[in-house]
Design a protein around this ligand. Sequence first.
Ligand code: NAI
Ligand code: A1CAB
Length: 282
Amino acid sequence: MVITSKKICFIGAGSIAEAIFKRLIEKEIIPVQHLSVTNQQDNKRLHELKKLYNIQTSNDSIIKNNLIKQSDILVLAMKPKNVEKAFDELSPLINEKQIIISVVAGLTIETIHDLLKSNNPIVRTMPNTSSSIGLSATGISFSCNVNEQQKKLSLEMLNAIGITCVVPEETLEIVTGLSGSGPAYFYYMMEAMVQAGVAGGLTEEQAMELTKQTILGAAHMVQKTGDHPAELRKKVTSPGGTTEKAIEALDSHHIHDAIQKAVKSAATKCKEMGETIKISSR
Ligand SMILES: NC(=O)C1=CN([C@@H]2O[C@H](COP(=O)(O)OP(=O)(O)OC[C@H]3O[C@@H](n4cnc5c(N)ncnc54)[C@H](O)[C@@H]3O)[C@@H](O)[C@H]2O)C=CC1
Ligand SMILES: O=C(O)[C@@H]1CCC=N1
């Protein structure tokens, strides 16, 4: 059994759903005729996606229900606040053979089973938007009833969007803070670096090119040398030189702590979002 023979339906048609299926289509992991996407009611968005990717989409309830029923894998990709309504609609349509892959931040395997009133195999994941170019860092936990074949299938799909890391479910919140939200921290830093470059007299384009290559080079250095970032940082930091001054400025603003706080705050928020779904479903 291979992933190419399976039908996949994305429930939710936002940024992360598109990032994932874009890659699956481009890499021909899933034939487009096996891919469908639904959302709550935004037909304009579905038309846009159909035009771009030629996938099956519909908000007509009969067609939508059939797409869901006929799929082997359902990818849950709605916001946490929309989970309960979505699951009310989904619950009567699913059968226990379908693999449910959730990307919803904070939504636990237990809550999925409770809300769907089913014992489907669940793959709880936390990808990031770099999925669209095959560079996601995806955390994964399996419910205990996911069998080896189902694990293989879901990993085949998720390995196509980047690297995967199977982790205990209770660590998926910190994964969310680290690598789920993580791309935004680097974009944030890039925005600040570009602004500093422009303030110093570079054109926006020059500042952007230099910033982009710097971050790309740094990531590749960590990957290719295998050296710890602290070691690589030391090599940039000539004693009494410019980098030392820069790091002093970062330290004086407690940026190291701030980054740790950012990751932890995201993880805490993730947990809270999950708890909210759990509480209101009682
Ligand atoms: N954006 C990101 O970088 C990442 C997001 N996630 C998770 O993915 C989920 C979606 O996030 P985004 O794509 O950013 O949100 P988004 O707001 O771009 O998309 C959400 C989609 O869900 C649909 N939706 C809402 N109610 C629905 C319902 N009742 N039934 C079916 N579809 C419904 C909306 O129409 C929309 O297409 C969230 O739970 C988030 O935690 C996970 C990893 C990364
Ligand atoms: O901001 C969010 O809630 C989602 C989850 C991880 C990345 N984006």
